[in-house]
Design a protein around this ligand. Sequence first.
Ligand code: OGA
Ligand code: MN
Length: 296
Amino acid sequence: MSYLPGDRSMSIIVNPHASGFGAEISGVDLRQPLNAETYTEIESALSRHGVIYFRDQPLNEAQQEAFIRWFGPPNALARQLNNARMKNPYFYDVSNVDEDGKIMMEDHERRLYLKANMFWHTDMSMRQPPARVTALNAIVLPEADPPDTEFADMRAAWEALPPDQQQALEPLRVVHSVYASRSKVGYTNFNEETRQLLPPTEHPLVRTHAGSGRKNLYIGAHASHISGMDEDEGKALLETLTEFSTQPRFRYAHKWQPHDLLVWDDSCTLHRSTPFDDQKYRRELRWCSARELEPI
Ligand code: OGA
Ligand code: MN
Protein backbone atom coordinates (compact mmCIF):
# COMPACT_ATOMS: atom_id res chain seq x y z
CA MET A 1 0.00 0.00 0.00
CA SER A 2 1.13 3.54 -0.49
CA TYR A 3 0.58 6.95 0.99
CA LEU A 4 1.89 10.43 0.54
CA PRO A 5 3.46 12.20 3.52
CA GLY A 6 0.92 14.67 4.83
CA ASP A 7 -1.87 13.22 2.69
CA ARG A 8 -5.05 14.02 4.59
CA SER A 9 -7.27 11.75 2.53
CA MET A 10 -5.90 8.78 4.47
CA SER A 11 -7.00 8.24 8.03
CA ILE A 12 -3.51 8.82 9.41
CA ILE A 13 -0.84 11.38 8.53
CA VAL A 14 2.74 10.12 8.24
CA ASN A 15 5.57 12.63 8.42
CA PRO A 16 8.85 10.81 7.83
CA HIS A 17 12.20 12.26 8.86
CA ALA A 18 14.41 13.45 6.01
CA SER A 19 16.64 10.35 6.42
CA GLY A 20 13.63 8.04 6.05
CA PHE A 21 14.48 6.56 9.47
CA GLY A 22 11.73 7.49 11.93
CA ALA A 23 8.36 9.16 11.31
CA GLU A 24 5.76 11.05 13.28
CA ILE A 25 2.21 9.82 12.89
CA SER A 26 -0.76 12.01 13.62
CA GLY A 27 -4.48 12.00 12.98
CA VAL A 28 -5.29 9.07 15.24
CA ASP A 29 -6.44 8.81 18.86
CA LEU A 30 -5.10 5.51 20.18
CA ARG A 31 -7.48 5.59 23.16
CA GLN A 32 -10.11 4.55 20.63
CA PRO A 33 -10.06 1.02 19.16
CA LEU A 34 -8.15 0.82 15.86
CA ASN A 35 -9.76 -0.59 12.74
CA ALA A 36 -7.97 -2.93 10.35
CA GLU A 37 -7.39 -0.24 7.72
CA THR A 38 -5.76 2.18 10.16
CA TYR A 39 -3.67 -0.62 11.67
CA THR A 40 -2.46 -1.58 8.17
CA GLU A 41 -1.36 2.00 7.52
CA ILE A 42 0.48 2.13 10.85
CA GLU A 43 2.17 -1.24 10.22
CA SER A 44 3.21 -0.03 6.78
CA ALA A 45 4.72 3.20 8.17
CA LEU A 46 6.54 1.21 10.85
CA SER A 47 7.87 -1.22 8.28
CA ARG A 48 9.14 1.60 6.11
CA HIS A 49 10.57 3.90 8.78
CA GLY A 50 11.58 1.49 11.59
CA VAL A 51 10.53 3.87 14.39
CA ILE A 52 7.28 5.81 14.64
CA TYR A 53 5.77 8.03 17.30
CA PHE A 54 2.39 9.44 18.16
CA ARG A 55 2.17 12.62 20.28
CA ASP A 56 -0.48 13.18 22.98
CA GLN A 57 -1.52 9.59 23.67
CA PRO A 58 -2.28 9.34 27.41
CA LEU A 59 -3.10 5.63 27.29
CA ASN A 60 -4.13 3.40 30.14
CA GLU A 61 -2.83 -0.16 30.35
CA ALA A 62 -5.85 -1.66 28.57
CA GLN A 63 -5.55 0.79 25.66
CA GLN A 64 -1.82 0.17 25.29
CA GLU A 65 -2.37 -3.59 25.38
CA ALA A 66 -5.13 -3.37 22.76
CA PHE A 67 -2.75 -1.39 20.53
CA ILE A 68 0.19 -3.81 20.83
CA ARG A 69 -2.01 -6.86 20.19
CA TRP A 70 -2.61 -5.68 16.63
CA PHE A 71 1.10 -6.36 15.98
CA GLY A 72 1.24 -9.80 17.60
CA PRO A 73 0.86 -11.60 20.91
CA PRO A 74 2.66 -9.99 23.84
CA ASN A 75 5.65 -11.79 25.35
CA ALA A 76 5.21 -13.30 28.80
CA LEU A 77 7.75 -11.64 31.09
CA ALA A 78 10.11 -13.33 33.51
CA ARG A 79 9.12 -12.36 37.04
CA GLN A 80 12.59 -11.11 37.81
CA LEU A 81 12.07 -7.55 38.95
CA ASN A 82 9.55 -6.06 41.28
CA ASN A 83 7.14 -4.74 38.72
CA ALA A 84 4.28 -4.22 41.17
CA ARG A 85 3.07 -0.88 39.77
CA MET A 86 2.06 -2.64 36.53
CA LYS A 87 -1.24 -4.47 36.77
CA ASN A 88 -0.76 -6.08 33.39
CA PRO A 89 1.67 -9.06 33.41
CA TYR A 90 2.99 -8.12 29.94
CA PHE A 91 4.12 -4.64 30.96
CA TYR A 92 7.44 -3.44 32.33
CA ASP A 93 7.64 -0.47 34.63
CA VAL A 94 10.45 1.43 32.88
CA SER A 95 10.89 4.03 35.58
CA ASN A 96 13.21 5.21 38.31
CA VAL A 97 10.35 4.95 40.80
CA ASP A 98 9.86 2.12 43.31
CA GLU A 99 6.75 0.17 44.36
CA ASP A 100 5.79 2.95 46.77
CA GLY A 101 6.10 5.66 44.13
CA LYS A 102 9.40 7.04 45.47
CA ILE A 103 12.54 7.67 43.42
CA MET A 104 14.70 4.53 43.64
CA MET A 105 17.89 4.75 45.68
CA GLU A 106 21.12 4.15 43.79
CA ASP A 107 21.43 0.53 44.95
CA HIS A 108 17.85 -0.53 44.02
CA GLU A 109 17.78 -3.79 42.06
CA ARG A 110 15.53 -2.54 39.24
CA ARG A 111 17.66 0.57 38.84
CA LEU A 112 20.72 -1.59 38.20
CA TYR A 113 18.80 -3.92 35.88
CA LEU A 114 17.43 -1.07 33.76
CA LYS A 115 20.88 0.48 33.50
CA ALA A 116 21.60 -2.21 30.90
CA ASN A 117 19.19 -0.33 28.60
CA MET A 118 22.01 2.18 28.08
CA PHE A 119 23.79 -0.36 25.87
CA TRP A 120 22.60 -0.59 22.27
CA HIS A 121 20.13 -3.48 22.21
CA THR A 122 16.97 -4.83 20.70
CA ASP A 123 14.23 -5.92 23.06
CA MET A 124 13.82 -9.58 23.94
CA SER A 125 16.41 -10.83 21.46
CA MET A 126 17.31 -13.40 24.13
CA ARG A 127 13.85 -14.92 23.62
CA GLN A 128 12.64 -17.40 21.04
CA PRO A 129 10.54 -16.06 19.35
CA PRO A 130 11.95 -12.59 20.07
CA ALA A 131 10.00 -9.32 20.20
CA ARG A 132 9.01 -7.82 16.86
CA VAL A 133 7.45 -4.52 17.95
CA THR A 134 7.76 -2.51 21.17
CA ALA A 135 5.46 0.30 22.33
CA LEU A 136 6.68 2.65 25.06
CA ASN A 137 4.30 5.24 26.53
CA ALA A 138 5.67 8.25 28.43
CA ILE A 139 3.72 8.94 31.61
CA VAL A 140 6.08 11.23 33.55
CA LEU A 141 9.24 12.86 32.19
CA PRO A 142 11.92 14.92 33.97
CA GLU A 143 10.96 18.62 33.85
CA ALA A 144 14.52 19.53 32.86
CA ASP A 145 16.43 17.84 30.04
CA PRO A 146 14.44 14.63 29.59
CA PRO A 147 16.86 12.06 28.17
CA ASP A 148 16.49 10.98 24.53
CA THR A 149 15.97 7.39 23.49
CA GLU A 150 18.34 6.73 20.60
CA PHE A 151 17.79 4.39 17.66
CA ALA A 152 20.06 2.95 14.98
CA ASP A 153 18.89 1.74 11.56
CA MET A 154 20.18 -1.80 11.03
CA ARG A 155 18.92 -1.98 7.42
CA ALA A 156 20.84 1.14 6.40
CA ALA A 157 23.91 -0.14 8.25
CA TRP A 158 23.76 -3.48 6.45
CA GLU A 159 23.42 -1.80 3.07
CA ALA A 160 26.50 0.33 3.85
CA LEU A 161 28.72 -2.74 4.37
CA PRO A 162 30.99 -3.81 1.49
CA PRO A 163 29.62 -6.84 -0.42
CA ASP A 164 32.52 -9.13 0.53
CA GLN A 165 31.87 -8.47 4.22
CA GLN A 166 28.16 -9.02 3.74
CA GLN A 167 28.91 -12.37 2.16
CA ALA A 168 31.16 -13.45 5.04
CA LEU A 169 28.56 -12.41 7.64
CA GLU A 170 25.48 -13.97 6.05
CA PRO A 171 25.90 -17.57 7.25
CA LEU A 172 26.78 -16.69 10.87
CA ARG A 173 24.54 -17.42 13.84
CA VAL A 174 24.60 -15.54 17.13
CA VAL A 175 24.04 -16.72 20.71
CA HIS A 176 21.84 -14.24 22.61
CA SER A 177 21.74 -14.31 26.40
CA VAL A 178 20.28 -12.07 29.07
CA TYR A 179 23.10 -13.17 31.37
CA ALA A 180 25.65 -11.73 28.94
CA SER A 181 23.89 -8.37 28.70
CA ARG A 182 23.13 -7.92 32.42
CA SER A 183 26.62 -8.97 33.48
CA LYS A 184 27.80 -5.78 31.73
CA VAL A 185 26.19 -3.76 34.54
CA GLY A 186 27.12 -6.29 37.24
CA TYR A 187 23.62 -7.79 37.56
CA THR A 188 23.72 -11.54 38.21
CA ASN A 189 20.88 -12.06 40.72
CA PHE A 190 18.63 -14.16 38.44
CA ASN A 191 16.04 -16.38 40.10
CA GLU A 192 15.40 -20.02 39.18
CA GLU A 193 12.17 -19.21 37.32
CA THR A 194 14.03 -16.77 35.07
CA ARG A 195 16.80 -19.27 34.42
CA GLN A 196 14.18 -21.81 33.32
CA LEU A 197 12.35 -19.31 31.10
CA LEU A 198 15.42 -17.68 29.54
CA PRO A 199 18.00 -20.18 28.31
CA PRO A 200 20.55 -18.68 25.88
CA THR A 201 19.16 -18.85 22.34
CA GLU A 202 20.42 -18.58 18.76
CA HIS A 203 19.39 -16.28 15.91
CA PRO A 204 20.87 -15.55 12.50
CA LEU A 205 23.26 -12.58 12.39
CA VAL A 206 21.63 -11.36 9.20
CA ARG A 207 17.86 -11.28 8.91
CA THR A 208 15.52 -10.34 6.10
CA HIS A 209 13.00 -7.78 7.30
CA ALA A 210 9.54 -9.24 6.77
CA GLY A 211 7.74 -6.04 5.78
CA SER A 212 10.31 -4.61 3.36
CA GLY A 213 12.39 -7.58 2.17
CA ARG A 214 15.54 -5.62 3.11
CA LYS A 215 18.34 -7.40 4.94
CA ASN A 216 19.73 -6.20 8.24
CA LEU A 217 22.05 -7.01 11.11
CA TYR A 218 20.43 -8.52 14.20
CA ILE A 219 22.81 -7.75 17.07
CA GLY A 220 22.82 -5.68 20.30
CA ALA A 221 23.72 -6.16 23.96
CA HIS A 222 22.06 -9.56 24.38
CA ALA A 223 24.15 -10.86 21.45
CA SER A 224 26.87 -12.68 23.35
CA HIS A 225 29.07 -14.46 20.82
CA ILE A 226 29.05 -16.24 17.45
CA SER A 227 28.03 -19.86 17.32
CA GLY A 228 30.93 -22.14 16.33
CA MET A 229 33.53 -19.33 16.50
CA ASP A 230 36.12 -18.74 19.21
CA GLU A 231 34.18 -16.86 21.90
CA ASP A 232 36.51 -13.85 22.19
CA GLU A 233 36.77 -13.57 18.43
CA GLY A 234 32.99 -13.64 18.15
CA LYS A 235 32.57 -10.98 20.85
CA ALA A 236 35.10 -8.78 19.08
CA LEU A 237 33.26 -9.15 15.76
CA LEU A 238 29.93 -8.25 17.40
CA GLU A 239 31.52 -5.21 18.99
CA THR A 240 32.94 -4.03 15.67
CA LEU A 241 29.58 -4.49 13.96
CA THR A 242 27.76 -2.62 16.74
CA GLU A 243 30.21 0.26 16.49
CA PHE A 244 29.83 0.41 12.72
CA SER A 245 26.05 0.17 12.65
CA THR A 246 25.38 2.73 15.40
CA GLN A 247 27.38 5.56 13.86
CA PRO A 248 25.59 8.92 14.04
CA ARG A 249 24.69 8.71 10.33
CA PHE A 250 22.42 5.72 11.07
CA ARG A 251 20.77 7.23 14.15
CA TYR A 252 17.57 8.91 15.26
CA ALA A 253 17.35 10.45 18.75
CA HIS A 254 13.80 10.66 20.06
CA LYS A 255 13.05 13.83 22.02
CA TRP A 256 10.28 12.84 24.40
CA GLN A 257 7.15 14.80 25.18
CA PRO A 258 4.69 13.70 27.89
CA HIS A 259 2.22 11.06 26.59
CA ASP A 260 4.26 10.17 23.52
CA LEU A 261 3.71 6.64 22.32
CA LEU A 262 6.99 5.56 20.74
CA VAL A 263 6.86 2.37 18.67
CA TRP A 264 9.76 0.56 17.08
CA ASP A 265 10.50 -2.48 14.97
CA ASP A 266 12.82 -4.65 17.04
CA SER A 267 13.68 -6.84 14.08
CA CYS A 268 15.61 -4.10 12.23
CA THR A 269 16.65 -1.44 14.76
CA LEU A 270 18.79 -1.06 17.87
CA HIS A 271 18.04 1.40 20.63
CA ARG A 272 19.40 2.62 23.94
CA SER A 273 18.42 4.86 26.81
CA THR A 274 20.58 7.84 27.74
CA PRO A 275 21.51 9.16 31.20
CA PHE A 276 19.67 11.78 33.26
CA ASP A 277 19.72 12.94 36.87
CA ASP A 278 17.72 9.99 38.18
CA GLN A 279 18.23 10.87 41.84
CA LYS A 280 16.49 14.20 41.27
CA TYR A 281 13.83 13.76 38.58
CA ARG A 282 11.13 11.17 38.01
CA ARG A 283 10.93 9.37 34.67
CA GLU A 284 8.10 6.88 34.22
CA LEU A 285 7.33 4.96 31.04
CA ARG A 286 5.21 1.91 30.36
CA TRP A 287 6.71 -0.78 28.11
CA CYS A 288 5.11 -3.66 26.23
CA SER A 289 6.06 -5.68 23.17
CA ALA A 290 4.55 -8.01 20.60
CA ARG A 291 6.53 -11.08 19.63
CA GLU A 292 7.32 -12.68 16.32
CA LEU A 293 4.84 -15.45 15.46
CA GLU A 294 7.57 -17.97 14.55
CA PRO A 295 11.03 -18.72 15.97
CA ILE A 296 13.82 -16.72 14.27
C1 OGA B 1 13.34 -0.34 27.09
C2 OGA B 1 14.30 0.70 26.72
C3 OGA B 1 14.70 3.07 26.62
C4 OGA B 1 14.51 4.25 27.48
O1 OGA B 1 12.49 -0.06 27.95
O2 OGA B 1 13.40 -1.43 26.53
O3 OGA B 1 15.25 0.40 26.06
O4 OGA B 1 14.91 5.34 27.04
N1 OGA B 1 14.02 1.95 27.12
O5 OGA B 1 13.98 4.09 28.59
MN1 MN C 1 14.81 -1.66 25.20
